[in-house]
Design a protein around this ligand. Sequence first.
Ligand SMILES: *[C@@H]1O[C@H](CO)[C@@H](O)[C@H](O)[C@H]1NC(C)=O
Ligand SMILES: *[C@@H]1O[C@H](CO)[C@@H](O)[C@H](O)[C@H]1NC(C)=O
Ligand SMILES: *[C@@H]1O[C@H](CO)[C@@H](O)[C@H](O)[C@H]1NC(C)=O
Length: 455
Amino acid sequence: MIATIIIVLAQTLVGVTSIPEADTIGDLPGQPQVKFQQYSGYITVDDQQQRALFYYFVEAEEHPTSKPLVLWLNGGPGCSSIGFGAFAEHGPFRPSDNNVLEKNDYSWNKEANVLYLESPAGVGFSYSSNESFYALVTDEITARDNLVFLQRWVTKFPEYSNNNFFITGESYAGHYVPQLAQLIVQTKTKFNLKGIAIGNPLLEFNTDFNCKSEFLWSHGLISDSTYEVLTKVCNYSSIRRLLQYGNLRGVCATVNNQMLTEVSKYIDKYDVTLDVCLPSVNQQAYVLNQPQETRNIDVCVDDKTITYLNRKDVQEALHAKLVGVPKWLSCSNVLHYDPQNIEIPTISILESLVKSSIRVLVYSGDQDSVIPLMGSRSLVNGLAKELELNTTVSYRAWFEERQVAGWTQVYGDILSYATIRGAAHEAPFSQPQRSLVLLKAFLQGKPLPSKFEQI
Ligand SMILES: *[C@@H]1O[C@H](CO)[C@@H](O)[C@H](O)[C@H]1NC(C)=O
Ligand SMILES: *[C@@H]1O[C@H](CO)[C@@H](O)[C@H](O)[C@H]1NC(C)=O
Ligand SMILES: *[C@@H]1O[C@H](CO)[C@@H](O)[C@H](O)[C@H]1NC(C)=O
């Protein structure tokens, strides 16, 4: 009895084993048995306005205390890290048929403790009780709320406060991730921030969007003549900018329509080699008509996630609630995100992070036409020149098992670029195994495998 009290007291003082009971997930409906612990719930980021962010935290499968802490953010802006990151990309489970969750053999919690955050408020289960908040959300607000989230989350999980910490994400998180990392550096917040990794990230509006036409053309999705117009008459960045403000007309509108017609509606722009998920009415016939597929990718996983996360029993198990919205959505329809923020270049933030000795990895799923690899590769290359970083690993193939998994280049042992061969905008969705190898090397600060061998 006295011994117990002393132990409890000691633990309270040192703050080692605090298990946030209320946030512990017993089991998610339909999940297979696992040995690791899962948590989810809310962290209030504004007490007065009752603004709270929802998280889902999965401890590493083995030895969680000695593994790094990885925060994952999806983009949009306004899309859910739980809907995409956790349930379609690298979480421990994927929703399958018959209300069952399947184990993902390449989940990132094999290498890390992974924290999925729905941000900003208005996304997924995250909310602001004062709905005026949704009227104009900016990158600055998102970064500030995410920082408050992290500071308060760590007080709930103090045993992770000293672990190596990495911030990761994709797409519009090319804004969220560097901006949050920069805020941590600027405010000297005590996190053990070691690095950031961003996949198919939006880093610089013109460069990232202008290479779309070359990607579509070189993959045979548009004609020579359309490509010529896109090169000489109206850029895709111009089209994208006009679309953003609802001003697309004239020659730019014509070339945009031409491009869309040629590509066709039945192409997944996030992975031009993948089949698309057809409406469920046709699905049965479609499945029956398919020749045997070698790649086992469920292109309908997003629909299954929406169904799963809208189940009452699932929301109860997750301690989630719907505040001010009738339904959980993968991308928010209440949030008005400042449309001008999309043009804020974040490549310069990567520069200051490298100068603060924070490792930076930019990677590209090489079948994505939305933020194609060429833009990211040239931006990183340009940044290395700007920083006068010499190449420490020359552009070369990297391997996973016995196949080429992509190409990579490293500058000054701190700034890296890598492609993932055959991967989507959401790289771990279509290439989970290769993505896990990439994550592992990044967390360990090692170069990617250069031969037929596992790291
Ligand atoms: C709600 O938020 C708006 C804008 O941030 C603010 O002006 C207003 O005072 C808030 N309302 C309440 C009841 O706090
Ligand atoms: C293409 O985009 C760039 C911005 O990167 C712009 O300066 C240029 O004028 C554009 N060219 C055409 C033909 O639209
Ligand atoms: C980069 O390479 C050049 C030429 O080989 C060398 O002079 C310079 O010292 C190198 N810089 C660093 C930071 O290693």
